[in-house]
Ligand binder design. Structure first.
Ligand code: IFM
Length: 449
């Protein structure tokens, strides 16, 4: 009988938190920044709950030094953040905005001074509006612009930043941005899934070259949104639907980047002229790490319309405020699957976390026991699977450092370890933040109190 394994991380395990530029920075039109698709989308009436925007968000652009101080108080070893492409290249390509680059320069130095390893995401959904006006990710040229952008930022920051994530959740960029329209740029056309998916991945592949040239010791990868798929019933057609769902949500991205091909169901539906020349070789250029963004599993059943499946509602069970099922076994599933399929890559859980309706009590505390339980269950699942499978799991990033602008939901869902008062910008470390600090010190969720 196999022995139970202890969920413990070593001293070099990178415990961190993650954020994204549009969700925290604010300063949407300051110091030469150009507009992004999220500025445009959020300013369009009816798109965001209560008409909110990310114009100010957490005002991190001005408060970054205090926020780094809070990270140090949490004992973070790593911090994953994204660059606002339009802050650096206001037109998406061409002229560089020195003030924008200087902001990230200061932030990187501030992190390093506190012993916090920076992980930079190049693209976390906020495409410069100027590129959208030329078609956004439907236009193949956007991938070439991403390559130029990667060159500019790695030249400037690559002497100090060694961990580079090209894309955050390319599936969500394509699907929510171009198919369901619930994210910027808000288009609603199923066929656009295919070219936008391919061009995002091509942007990743083209960006590898300048990253390698400018940062020879870089560790590079993609943060994939990965959901375990399960059939909603035991009917054969629902098992087939599960496989299609896995291709559409997960496999299209994993296989292209790590195997240089699309799953058959994606390849056959891809319009003929989209994949050109040696695209697949470019997309599957050498990477070093795989980012798992994990939130939930999905239950799938057959559907008559393309792509041949639909997601069904979850069974009753514990949910987060987003309505997402709490299912830590799905994180074990992904650590195991990635370790098994791609054993030569380092693995990072680049996002995991939960929104709950937090309250500040009379004593000024946020006693978010539900989030602590969620994080305890998920970190335990990840570390147990690491030990059981010898997975090269090197780090874990809570989504998120602080309550922020949660896209179409505005500031209502609170994911942070730190509470943000969006009127005053006061921050309060939640009990989950204190718990996370103890976890980092102890190395095990079972010893974090
Ligand atoms: O807030 C998002 C983040 O931008 C990408 N991953 C999921 C998070 C929670 O919805």
């Amino acid at each position: 009988m196999s022995q139970p394994v202890e969920p413990r991380a070593g001293r070099d395990f990178l415990w961190g938190t993650a954020t994204a530029a549009y969700q925290i920075e604010g300063a949407y039109n300051e110091d030469g920044k150009g507009p992004s698709i999220w500025d445009t989308y959020a300013h369009t009436p009816g798109k965001i709950e209560r008409g909110e925007t990310g114009d100010v968000a957490c005002d991190h652009y001005h408060r970054w030094a205090d926020d780094v101080e809070l990270m140090a108080q949490l004992g973070l070893r790593a911090y994953r953040f994204s660059l606002a492409w339009a802050r650096i290249l206001p037109d998406g390509r061409g002229a560089v905005n020195a003030a924008g680059l200087a902001f990230y320069d200061r932030l990187v130095d501030g992190l390093l001074a506190r012993g916090i390893t920076p992980f930079i995401t190049l693209y976390h959904w906020d495409l410069p509006q100027a590129l959208q006006e030329r078609g956004g990710w439907v236009n193949r040229d956007t991938a070439a612009s991403m390559c130029d952008y990667a060159d500019v930022v790695t030249r400037r920051l690559g002497d100090r930043v060694k961990h580079w994530i090209t894309l955050n959740e390319p599936h969500i960029s394509s699907h929510h941005g171009y198919v369901t329209g619930e994210h910027a740029p808000g288009l609603h056309a199923f066929p656009l899934y295919y070219p936008t998916t391919h061009h995002l991945l091509l942007g990743h592949g083209l960006a590898l070259q300048p990253i390698r040239e400018n940062v020879p010791d870089a560790k590079v990868g993609v943060a994939f949104s990965l959901s375990e798929m399960q059939p909603a019933t035991d009917r054969n057609e629902d098992f087939d639907a599960m496989s299609l769902g896995d291709d559409f949500h997960n496999g299209a991205y994993l296989d292209a980047v790590l195997r240089g091909r699309y799953p058959d169901s994606i390849a056959t539906a891809m319009p003929e002229d989209v994949i050109q020349g040696n695209d697949m070789a470019v997309i599957s250029g050498k990477t070093d790490m795989i980012g798992i963004n994990y939130y939930m599993r999905l239950l799938v059943r057959a559907h008559k319309d393309a792509p041949g499946f639909e997601i069904t509602p979850w069974q009753p069970g514990p949910r987060t405020e987003m309505g997402w099922e709490q299912y830590p076994q799905g994180l074990s599933y992904w650590v195991r699957r990635i370790a098994n399929d791609f054993p030569d890559h380092d693995i990072y859980i680049t996002e995991n976390g939960a929104a709950f309706p937090d309250v500040v009590d009379d004593a000024g505390r946020v006693d978010d026991q539900q989030r602590i339980a969620f994080l305890r269950d998920h970190t335990r699942a990840a570390l147990e699977t690491m030990a059981a499978t010898q997975a090269r799991l090197k780090g874990y990033f809570v989504w998120s450092l602080l309550d922020n602008f949660e896209w179409a939901y505005g500031t209502r869902p609170r994911f942070g370890l730190i509470h943000t008062n969006f009127k005053t910008q006061e921050r309060i470390i939640k009990e989950s933040g204190h718990w996370y600090r103890r976890l980092i010190e102890a190395g095990s969720p079972d010893d974090a109190g």
